[in-house]
Design a protein around this ligand. Structure first.
Ligand code: NAD
Length: 471
């Protein structure tokens, strides 16, 4: 049994002031694997004070000095890719193949931020005016459990690139992963106070960050409900906010799509990170004329997406992170059946032989109507809804008929046509023919999927304040 009783403040692991002890549960069998002591408001305030002291110096560093720090973090995170992957499998239940990819991305995001910083002009002048982009201040970085080390790295990289110092509040159920990640940060020997991490409850430590006048900016990734709370409560101290929230992303299959490629891709996109992904393409929009073929193609492709033990390299879908998340997915599967959708694959309950943990059956519904709850609400599990459309206009209408706008996907053989459709989708990112990523491209949502953007120069600008000096 592991025990963690410390937080990371001012460059050191310090004993928690908070006294609440929480169990960390292995999602594959429901057994307690660690006991962690949670931070309280006082821990958060100590971390904020350390970040404020460090900001006085760090905010004046040059691009080169910041880039050097980002390169060091890249090296120390890269050196622990195996350990970070294993702890993501153990604590979160991430399928090992996916976990390794996301941890590699967590290491690379520091280099991507250094590159973006190099490309971003921090001073511009014309006539007698000079505009400088100034770091906004202490940044509160609040992240969810579904890709803990990646979110911590991505948020820290942008904040440090901008010259901000950080107080980070990871999800409390990711404390073992945070601990290994912090060992990487410690090994990078940053100046004290640049990166402080306090793992505690959202309504305790997160709320303190949102309310504290010494925190200038909140960058949050999580649910829409909490995002709204942060925007509302942050107004009292005029917080700058970046909110990365949920999604219900459409994947438009155009009528010229090659199903042999497009359907396996659609399942990768839907079941990504065991379906616990904000960018999962959970609404597959299919031309009515090709529905029968699509059904068959899904049945042919599904054996390649088994649920299983997360440490097994053949597993595509690991357990849900908690019992609560397991119950949530079950509720939506029952809801879909009640609403009249047909279960083509999967359904309620555990997959055979995986009854002990929080495993669910990868599920595909057909005959879904875009007004059903399973098509409108984010399930955050491996549940794909197939929705028929009549023509291209109808597909675009259904794709945009959602409160969300984080991501979208278009699949088709005629790329010019796919681009034309992509140009009409209301989403922060649209990927054509597959699951694609670019760490320099802006990431964030339209509508209820959020406010602001992360990654690349856009992500760094979110931590900067323009200031004009006129002579
Ligand atoms: P959550 O909103 O419950 O929690 C996210 C973080 O906010 C956690 O660290 C939590 O402790 C903290 N928090 C909770 N209440 C708070 C409060 N009152 N004040 C400040 N902080 C508070 O989300 P979750 O369950 O951890 O993660 C799943 C959600 O995250 C899904 O809705 C998913 O779509 C979203 N998500 C979005 C993205 C994106 O980039 N858009 C990426 C991953 C996950």
């Amino acid at each position: 049994m592991k025990t963690i009783t410390t937080h990371y403040i001012d460059g050191e692991f310090v004993e928690s002031h908070g006294r609440e002890v929480m169990d960390i549960i292995n999602p594959t069998n429901g057994k307690v694997i660690a006991k962690v002591t949670l931070a309280d408001e006082e821990d958060a305030r100590r971390a904020i004070a350390a970040a404020k002291r460090a900001f006085a110096t760090y905010s004046h560093t040059t691009k080169q000095e910041r880039a050097e720090i980002l390169h060091r973090l890249h090296e120390t995170v890269s050196a622990r890719v195996d350990d970070l992957t294993n702890v993501m499998v153990e604590e979160y239940g991430g399928a090992i193949q996916f976990s390794r990819l996301i941890i590699e991305a967590a290491a690379n995001v520091f280099l991507a931020a250094a590159k973006a910083l190099q490309e971003l002009p921090l001073t511009r002048s014309w006539g007698k005016t000079t505009v400088t982009l100034e770091p906004v201040g202490v940044a509160g970085l609040i992240s969810p459990w579904n890709a803990n080390s990646f979110f911590l790295s991505a948020k820290l990289a942008s904040a440090l690139a901008a010259g901000c110092t950080a107080v980070m509040k990871p999800s409390e159920i990711s404390t073992l992963q945070t601990q290994v990640w912090l060992e990487c940060v410690h090994a990078a020997k940053l100046p004290s106070g640049l990166c402080n991490v306090v793992a505690g409850r959202g309504d305790v430590v997160g709320a303190e960050l949102v309310r504290n006048p010494d925190v200038a900016k909140i960058s949050f990734t999580g649910s829409v409900a909490v995002g709204k709370t942060i925007m509302r409560d942050g107004a009292a101290t005029m917080k700058r906010v970046t909110l990365e929230l949920g999604g219900k992303s459409p994947n438009i299959l155009l009528d010229d799509a090659d199903l042999k490629e497009a359907i396996p891709n659609a399942l990768v996109i839907a079941f990504l990170n065991s379906g616990q992904a904000c960018v999962a393409g959970t609404r597959l929009l299919v031309p009515r004329s090709r529905l029968a073929e699509v059904r068959q193609a899904i049945l042919d492709a599904i054996p390649a997406f088994p649920a299983g033990e997360p440490a097994d390299p053949k597993t595509a879908v690991g357990p849900m992170v908690t019992e609560k998340q397991y119950e949530r997915v079950q509720w939506y599967i029952r809801k879909g059946i009640e609403e009249g959708a047909e279960v083509l694959v999967g359904g309620e309950g555990h997959p055979k032989g995986l009854e002990a943990g929080y495993f669910v059956r990868p599920t595909v519904f057909v005959g879904v109507n875009n007004n059903m709850a399973i098509a409108r609400e984010e399930i955050f599990g491996p549940v794909l809804c197939v929705i028929a459309y009549e023509d291209e206009e109808d597909a675009i209408r259904i794709a945009n008929d959602t409160d969300f706008g984080l991501h979208a996907y278009v699949s088709g053989s005629d790329v010019a046509r796919a681009r034309r459709v992509a140009s009409r989708i209301l989403a922060g990112r649209v990927a054509i023919n597959g699951m694609l990523d670019d760490q320099q491209a802006p990431f964030g949502g339209f509508k209820h999927s959020g406010v602001g953007r992360e990654f690349g120069t856009f992500g760094i600008e979110a931590f900067l304040e323009p200031k004009a000096v006129m002579e």
